[in-house]
Design a protein around this ligand. Structure first.
Ligand code: NAD
Ligand code: UGA
Length: 470
C-alpha cells in the first residue's frame, strides 16, 4: 500500500488530502500538524474549517484510509510521498518584511523530513512558495539527509478556492505538476500523475519544469486579483459617470477573449492569498531588479486598498459626514460566502475605518464566531511599504463592536447597513421588516452588489451599491 503523509492540516492540506483518500481507497493518507487543537478538531464532529461537502468526504474516509495525527515524525518516516501544505505567510520582520514569503514553516518541515527519513521520498510542494524554493528545499534535504536517501521534489500548487474547495478538488480544471528533468524526476512526476489519474482526466494534468510550476501559481493569483482590481477601478469611474458596473462587466464578459469570471465589482478582494502572493511576486521582481514589473503588480493591491477606503468614505459622507455614535449593521464578515475564513477579509479594514469615525458596529455573519471577529478587529495590520489608508485601531475601540446572531437583531435601530459578504441568506431578508425597525433615513451600502436596488429604494432605503450612482 502506498503511504502518503500530508504535512499541514489547514484549508489546503485538510480538504486536499481528504479528497485523495476518497478517490484512492488503496492509498493510506495521514494528515499531520503541529497544532493539537486543529488535529483534535479534524478527529471530532466539528471540523476546524467550514467548507461545503467537506464533512461528508471526511466521514466517508476517516478511520479507513484517512487519519489525522500530531505524530508528524512517525507518518513522515512511513510515507512514500509527502505533501507539504504548511502556511507561507508574508514575512513580518527582517529582510523583505511586509512582502517576501516567510518560509520558516516550510524550512522546519524540510529539516524534520531530512531528520526522520530512512527511505527515498517524493516531497510535494503544495503550499504557494516563491519561484526557486524547490532549489532551497533540495539543499536542506540533501545537506541533512543520511547517506543514500534520495529525494525528488515536485511542485504541485493548489488552485482550490475556499467555499468551493471540495468541488474544485473533485473536478479541477487542471492539475499542475512541475519536476526535475531526467529519469528520476520523470519517474516522480509519473507517480504523482498516477495518483491524480484516479479521478482527473489525463488531458487536465499539465507537467512542466519546477520553476514554471512554482511561478505559475503566483502568476495565477496575480492575474485573478488583477481582474478584480480592474473591474473595481472601473466601478469608481462608473459612479462618476452614471455608467453601471454590472452592465459594463456583462458587456466585457461576452467578449470570448475576456470571459465571464472574476468580473464582479466588490468592496475589495480578501482571503489569505491574493495580497500575500502578489507581495511575494513584487519582492521577487524587485530582487531581480525588475522595478517596473514590481510596480505594475503593486498597483493591483493599491487599487484594492483604494476600493476599501472609498467604501468607508462613501458610508461616512452619505450619512451626513459622520457616523459617530451611529449604529451600523455589518452583514457578513468572512472574505467571501460559504467560508468561515476571515483572513484579510475586506470587512476588517472597512470595520476599522468605520470605527475610526466613531461608529457602533453590530456585526452578523452566519459562520464567523464572535471571538474571531473581536480578534480580527483588535489586531494590527501587517504593514508593507505602501502606506495603507486604513489605520489599525487601538484595543479600546473593540468595545464599539457587538456581534449578534441574526440579521434582524443586527439591523434593529441601525442608521445604516453595510453588506460586506455575499451570503445568499442576505438576499432573502425581509427588507420591509428591516426598514420598519431602523432609524430614518435608513441607508444600505451594498459592498457586494447582491441586493435589488430598485426594490430597496421603493421600500424607502437610501441605497449605495458599488459602481452605480447614488
Ligand atoms: P493554514 O494556515 O490553514 O494551514 C497550515 C497548517 O500548517 C497549520 O495548521 C499549521 O499548524 C501547519 N504547520 C505549519 N508548520 C508545520 C510543520 N512544520 N509541521 C506540521 N504542520 C505545520 O494554511 P492554508 O490556507 O491551508 O495554506 C497553506 C498553503 O497553501 C499556503 O502556502 C497558501 O498560500 C496555499 N494555498 C492556500 C489556499 C487557500 O484557499 N487557503 C489555496 C491554494 C493555496
Ligand atoms: C483564490 C483563487 O481563486 C484560487 O484559484 C487560489 O487557489 C486561492 O486564491 C489561493 O491560492 O488561496 P480564494 O481566495 O479562496 O481563491 O477565493 P476567490 O473566489 O478567488 O475570492 C477571493 C476574493 O476575491 C474574495 O474576497 C472574493 O469576494 C473576491 N472576488 C472574487 C471579487 O471581489 N470579485 C470577483 O469577481 C471574484
Amino acid at each position: 500500500m502506498v503511504k502518503i503523509c500530508g504535512i499541514g492540516a489547514g484549508y489546503v492540506g485538510g480538504p486536499t488530502m481528504a479528497v485523495v483518500a476518497l478517490k484512492c481507497p488503496s492509498i493510506e493518507v495521514a494528515v499531520v500538524d503541529i497544532s493539537h487543537s486543529r488535529i483534535s478538531a479534524w478527529n471530532s464532529k466539528n471540523l476546524p474549517i467550514y467548507e461545503p461537502g467537506l464533512e461528508e468526504v471526511v466521514k466517508q474516509c476517516r478511520g479507513k484510509n484517512l487519519f489525522f495525527s500530531t505524530d508528524v515524525e512517525k507518518h513522515v518516516y512511513e510515507a512514500d510521498i509527502i505533501f507539504v501544505s504548511v502556511n507561507t505567510p508574508t514575512k513580518a520582520r527582517g529582510l523583505g518584511a511586509g512582502k517576501a514569503a516567510d518560509l520558516t514553516y516550510w524550512e522546519s518541515a524540510a529539516r524534520m523530513i531530512a531528520d526522520v527519513s530512512q527511505s527515498n521520498k517524493i516531497v510535494v510542494e503544495k503550499s504557494t512558495v516563491p519561484v526557486r524554493t524547490a532549489e532551497a528545499i533540495g539543499r536542506i534535504l540533501a545537506h541533512n539527509s543520511k547517506k543514500g536517501i534520495k529525494y525528488q521534489i515536485l511542485s504541485n500548487p493548489e488552485f482550490l478556492s475556499e467555499g468551493t474547495a471540495i468541488q474544485d478538488l473533485l473536478d479541477p480544471d487542471r492539475v499542475l505538476i512541475g519536476g526535475n528533468d531526467g529519469p528520476e524526476g520523470h519517474e516522480a512526476i509519473q507517480k504523482l500523475k498516477d495518483i491524480y489519474a484516479n479521478w482527473v482526466p489525463e488531458d487536465r494534468i499539465i507537467t512542466t519544469n519546477l520553476w514554471s510550476a512554482e511561478l505559475s501559481k503566483l502568476a495565477d493569483n496575480a492575474f485573478l486579483a488583477q481582474r478584480i482590481s480592474s473591474i473595481n477601478a472601473m466601478s469608481a469611474l462608473c459612479e462618476a459617470t452614471s455608467a453601471e458596473v454590472s452592465q459594463v462587466s456583462h458587456a466585457l464578459s461576452k467578449n470570448t477573449k475576456i470571459g465571464p469570471k472574476f468580473l464582479n465589482a466588490s468592496v475589495g478582494f480578501g482571503g489569505s492569498c491574493f495580497q500575500k502572493d502578489i507581495l511575494n511576486l513584487v519582492y521577487i521582481c524587485e530582487s531581480n531588479g525588475l522595478v517596473e514589473v514590481a510596480n505594475y503588480w503593486k498597483e493591483v493591491i493599491k487599487v484594492n486598498d483604494y476600493q476599501k477606503s472609498r467604501f468607508v468614505n462613501r458610508v461616512v459622507t452619505s450619512m451626513f459626514n459622520t457616523v459617530s455614535g451611529k449604529k451600523i449593521a455589518v452583514l457578513g464578515f468572512a472574505f467571501k460566502k460559504d467560508t468561515s475564513d476571515t483572513r484579510k477579509t475586506p470587512a476588517i479594514d472597512v470595520c476599522k475605518g468605520l470605527l475610526g469615525d466613531g461608529a457602533c458596529l453590530s456585526i452578523y455573519d452566519p459562520q464567523v464566531s464572535e471571538e474571531q471577529i473581536q480578534k480580527d478587529l483588535s489586531m494590527n495590520n501587517v504593514e508593507w511599504d505602501y502606506p495603507i489608508h486604513l489605520q489599525p485601531m487601538s484595543s479600546t475601540t473593540v468595545k464599539q463592536v457587538n456581534v449578534v446572531s441574526d440579521a434582524y437583531e443586527a439591523t434593529k435601530d441601525a442608521h445604516g447597513i453595510c453588506i460586506l459578504t455575499e451570503w445568499d441568506e442576505f438576499k432573502a431578508i425581509d427588507y420591509q421588516r428591516v426598514f420598519d425597525n431602523m432609524q430614518k433615513p435608513a441607508f444600505v451600502f451594498d459592498g457586494r452588489n447582491i441586493l435589488n436596488v430598485d426594490k430597496l429604494r421603493e421600500t424607502g432605503f437610501i441605497v449605495y451599491s458599488i459602481g452605480r450612482p447614488l
